[in-house]
Design a protein around this ligand. Sequence first.
Ligand code: NIG
Ligand code: FE
Length: 401
Amino acid sequence: MKTLWKNCHIASMAHGKYSIIEDAAIVTSGALIEWIGPQAELAEPEHDNCIDLNGAWVTPGLIDCHTHTVFGGNRSGEFEQRLQGVSYAEIAAAGGGIASTVRATRAASEDELYASAERRLRHLLKDGVTTVEMKSGYGLDLENERKILRVIRRLGNTQPVTVRATCLAAHALPPEYTDRADDYINHICNDMLPALAAEGLVDAVDAFCEYLAFSPAQVEQVFITAGQLALPVKLHAEQLSSLGGSSLAARYKALSADHLEFMTEDDAIAMAAAGTVAVLLPGAFYFLRETQLPPMDALRKHGVPIAISTDLNPGTSPGLSLRLMLNMACTLFRMTPEEALAGVTFNAARALGMSATHGSLEAGKVADFVAWNIERPADLAYWLGGDLDKRIVRHGVESSI
Ligand code: NIG
Ligand code: FE
C-alpha cells in the first residue's frame, strides 16, 4: 500500500537540524518512508492513496525517551508537603518518595496498573508522541518488576505507539533490604535481571546513581550484568549531587545519562567520546524547584547530543505533555526551539538506540510523523501545552487518537 502525502512543509530533523523542505511531499510504502522531498521533484508517483495535508508542517513523530508511566497511586500529598518547605530528600528519608509509590504499585493488580498507565499514555499520544520508553522501578522485587514490565509490553502491543521497556530495578532500596544495599544489587544481578531478560521483558537497563539511591560501584555491577545479558544501559545520574555517574555511564557506552544538573565538564567530555546522549528533564528540574542548571555550555562545546523528555513519574515530574517540555527546555535551559525539537526526535531516538529507523524523516526510515497545523516549527516550543491541531501518522497509517 503506497500513500502520497502532499502539500506540506517538512522539518525532517535529519542530522538533528530542522533540515526544512518547503512545498514538500512524502511517499510511504507500508510502514516505511519511500520518498521525501520537494513536491515539484516528484515524478508522476504511483500510489493507492493521496492525502492532502493542506500546508501543514510535518515533523517526525515525537519520542519520549525517559518515562516512568506505570505506577500505582500518586504523590500530590507530597507535592503539598514540598510546597510547605520539606525537601524531596527529606520526604524520601521519612519513608515517602519512591518508597510510597512502591507500596501503591505492589498493591495494584496488573490490570489496574494497565488502566491507569493507559490513561496517562493517552495524554502523551494526543500530543504527537509515537515512540515512548517506560521504566520499571516501582516494584523492586522480581514479581512486581515483572508485573510492571508486563504492563509495559502490553501497552506496546495494544496502543498505537512503539514502546521500549527499561528495567530500573536499581531505582531505590526495597524495605526487605534495609541497610543491605549490596545484597539487593546482588539479587538484581544474579536473579532479577537474568530472569526478566530471559522472559523478553527488557530492552535496556537503568539505575539511579545518587547518594539516596546507589553508589557508582553498585551501579557498575548492574552495568556488568547488563553487558553479560547483551542489554544496553542508561543511568539516572547527577540529579542531586555529582558522583561521576555520567562518566561511569560513558565508560559502559551507555545509550544515555539522564538529569545531569550536577555533571562536570569532564563528564561531558567522556559522554561525547562515548556517544552517550544527555537526556535533560526540565519537568523534574521545574517541579523540584531545582536551581542548578545542567551545564549547557559544556554539553554544546563538547558536542554531546541532547535529548529532552517528560520523565513522567509521580514524584518529580507528573508531566503529561512532551511538547510542554520543549517550551521548558527553551525557557529554563536556554535551548533553541530547534535544539529542543531535535531533543524529542533525532537525539531521543539515539537515546533509545533507535536512530537507524526513527527520529528523522528520511527514505528508508519508519513512517511515523505528525502534520501540525502551525505557522512555523518554533510554534511547537512556543505554545505552553494545549492540544494543537494535528494529524498523527504511525507506520504509514493515520492514527485516530
Ligand atoms: O527520574 N530520579 C529518580 N527517579 C525519578 C523520580 C522517582 C520518584 O520520585 O518517584 C526521576 O526523577
Ligand atoms: Fe526518571
